[in-house]
Design a protein around this ligand. Structure first.
Ligand code: FAD
Length: 656
């Protein structure tokens, strides 16, 4: 039973009930005092408007998605707009059609102004476009929370007493934000799904929705808090007599559900704070977030079952996501076992470690029948030898196999302090043997460079993302007219041994002039001169300096591990300069990525069209590239046909 109904309306006196969707029916005619009747008119009107606003909000969301999807479909391709004669000659990039140039000019202008990061102390490392979307969303919700509220106060008598109730617009406002919070819940769940419907429509990989997911969650928390506070004031102060009104109110089952919902959303908010995640550990955050978010949805359903459909929609998305993940594990692992019967077969993986301490990296290799992936996508790997309760995202550095052959997976993993650190220990224990791996995926939107000019930038283990893109582009006809360049920033030259065989392939392609490889070694001054301590790292230019990898200490290369000695010996050959393959030792500094990007643009052929930068690695590299790439965009020049002023950036966000 609703608060309004309980306090003012008496169903036994009703001649008929007037239905209001999402609210208790109104008793008609109104037999209360004039003030209460007018107040009831307002409350029901505000409720109906609030319901309408929640539908309009979803109309706007669906409308934006429809426009986005349409824009993707009508996005003019460069090839289609090239005159046939020019295509055949593969010469200059001009002239493109006016439509193509106008389109790309808008994109370049957007990149120039919206790609850099802003307010990083508040929002972290996110682009201006994400902040703009958040600002529009906040503005929209603020306006729709405050308009169409009757800001009027009624002092009405309490029957049989000499007390008065104070009735204000607070109830209508509180219900408005409650309704909007319910309507936002499926959006928040959609933004967090790995099997993302939003990705299918927009082409944006699911992990890039994480920023909005977090902020929609915070908005729901604030709305829930204000909703609770407003009803506590109304029931605990403005309605009379006290404390009996409040005592009856707080004992109602729907209010008890509401209290639980508030408790759960507070938990979600507090335990998602960066500091708290650092304190509790990522695994606790991840698992408790799933469980408590589901409890929150259930508690909201219990609190106001008339709006159950928002919660049902949220649960459907949660269950679909979970169901598809389980199906994914099944598809990857259920099939004929060695004995010929149907069963569950994990992939037998070989593990190799490189380096020690904070420099440790692990290479995983296995061949296993699994759905094919596209360069840039990732899998979630679970190592039953460590725990069946954890799975972590990793990007295959190998190319998807040709149809019909068993895919070969290779992963390059940096050992941090949790599961990956235990994985390094396991790798040393099983050396020469195998360990089972369970995988789900592939996840993430498939990437296409869409232009012959490709600059791939990798920091450390970010090579797993960049490598397949470059190897693929180096062998593809589509990139023949452009320049394909890999820039890999590593701590030490010996890190090249992580992908020794693959670098061999690239070296051969470089010799043919199909790719260029530029390696920057940040902590060594030269092939034989030794290495720089972290304390000695200089700032090249404050704004351009990038953090290559977070670290705790510098480990001396002289260790007793024969494997590492062997690796370093191999590396002296691997780090040798050859045609199209250069190694620069920075001896404690970091490369200036603005110069790297500008050099690339300078050297890339005009016939290669616009420039696409694809990058992965520590977050500092992402920040530096965003500002470097933004500066190279110029909408006016692109409008005139200068395609090299149209520079895109895809940042593979690993949240590290
Ligand atoms: C799409 C994607 C692709 C990735 N590809 C690679 C790769 O190819 N190679 C590589 O070395 N690393 C990759 N990472 C990062 C890798 O997933 C984390 O380093 C790893 O999960 C850390 O595990 P841990 O238990 O040792 O972490 P901890 O040392 O306990 O925590 C360190 C940090 O790792 C992150 N993290 C921990 N667990 C997870 C998780 N389940 N999901 C997401 N982030 C987590 C958190 O930000 C945490 O703060 C990728 C991450 C993402 C999101």
């Amino acid at each position: 039973m609703a608060v309004v109904e309980r306090h003012i309306q008496d169903e036994s006196l009703a001649e008929y009930l007037e239905p209001h969707f999402g609210y208790p029916s109104r008793t008609r005619p109104c037999v209360n005092d004039v003030g209460s009747c007018e107040y009831l008119d307002n409350v029901y009107w505000m409720h109906d408007v609030s319901m309408l606003y929640s539908y309009i909000m979803w109309g706007v969301i669906l409308g934006i998605l429809a426009v986005w999807t349409t824009l993707r479909l009508i996005n003019p391709s460069r090839r289609a707009s090239v005159p046939k004669a020019e295509l055949e000659a593969q010469a200059t990039a001009y002239p493109r059609s006016a439509y193509y140039r106008a389109w790309r000019s808008v994109v370049a202008t957007k990149q120039r102004y919206l790609l850099p990061e802003a307010f990083t102390s508040i929002f972290g490392r996110v682009t201006r476009i994400q902040i703009l979307i958040l600002a529009i969303m906040l503005g929209y919700l603020l306006v729709f929370s405050l308009v169409a509220i009757v800001y009027k106060t009624y002092i009405t008598p309490v029957k049989g007493t000499n007390l008065f109730n104070t009735r204000t617009g607070m109830a209508g406002f509180s219900d408005r934000i409650g309704i909007l919070a319910y309507a936002l819940t499926p959006l928040s769940v959609l933004l967090s799904s790995r099997e993302s419907m939003l990705s299918v429509l927009t082409g944006i990989s699911y992990q890039h929705f994480n920023f909005l997911h977090r902020w929609v969650g915070r908005i729901i928390f604030v709305q829930s808090f204000l909703h609770t506070l407003a009803w506590t004031i109304v029931e605990g102060k403005l309605y009379q007599p006290q404390p009996s009104v409040y005592q009856t109110f707080i004992a109602e089952p729907y209010i008890i559900w509401g209290c639980f919902a508030m408790l759960f959303i507070t938990f979600l908010y507090v335990f998602s704070l960066r500091r708290v995640i650092q304190w509790t550990g990522y695994e606790f955050f991840k698992k408790s977030h799933y469980v408590v978010a589901s409890l929150y949805i259930g508690a909201c359903w219990g609190h106001w079952d008339k709006l159950y459909f928002w919660m049902l929609a949220s649960l459907i998305v949660v269950l679909l996501d979970l169901g598809l993940r389980i199906l994914g594990v099944g598809l990857n692992h259920i099939g004929y076992t060695k004995s010929g019967s149907i069963g569950f077969t994990p992939a037998p993986a070989t593990l190799r470690t490189f380096g020690t301490g904070p420099d440790t990296a692990i290479r995983i290799d296995f061949s296993h029948p699994s759905p094919s992936w596209k360069a840039g996508q990732h899998y979630y790997l679970c190592f039953p030898g460590l725990s069946i309760w954890q799975s972590h995202p990793f990007t295959p550095s190998s190319l998807p196999s040709a149809a019909g052959s068993t895919p070969h997976h290779t992963y390059i993993i940096r050992a941090l302090s949790g599961e990956t650190s235990r994985l390094a220990t396991l790798a040393r224990e099983v050396e020469g043997g195998t360990t089972p791996v369970i995988l789900t995926g592939p996840y993430g939107a498939p990437l296409t460079t869409g232009t012959p000019n490709l600059l791939a930038v990798a920091g450390g283990t970010g090579i797993s993302f960049a490598l397949p893109l470059v190897i693929e582009a180096g062998g593809s006809e589509a990139h023949k007219a452009g320049l394909v360049q890999l820039v890999w920033i590593v701590r030490r030259a010996r890190d090249l041994a992580w992908v020794k065989e693959e670098l061999g392939v690239l070296r051969a392609k470089a010799a043919e002039g199909r790719v260029e490889v530029r390696v920057f070694v940040t902590r060594e001054a030269g092939p034989v001169e030794g290495e720089a301590e972290e304390d000695e790292v200089e700032v090249v230019e404050e704004s351009k300096e990038v953090e290559v990898e977070k670290e705790v200490a510098v480990i001396d290369m002289d260790n007793e591990n024969p494997e590492n000695t062997e690796a370093s010996l191999d590396v002296s050959a691997l780090a040798e300069e050859s045609r199209g393959f250069s190694v620069t030792y920075l001896g404690g500094t970091h490369p200036d990525l603005s110069t790297v990007v500008e050099d690339y643009i300078e050297r890339s052929p005009a016939s290669g069209g616009r420039i696409q930068v694809m990058a992965s690695g520590p977050a500092g590299i992402g920040s530096a590239l965003r500002s470097a790439v933004a500066k190279c965009n110029d909408g006016k020049k692109v409008g005139r046909g200068e395609e090299k002023s149209d520079v895109g950036l895809y940042w593979d966000d690993r949240f590290l």
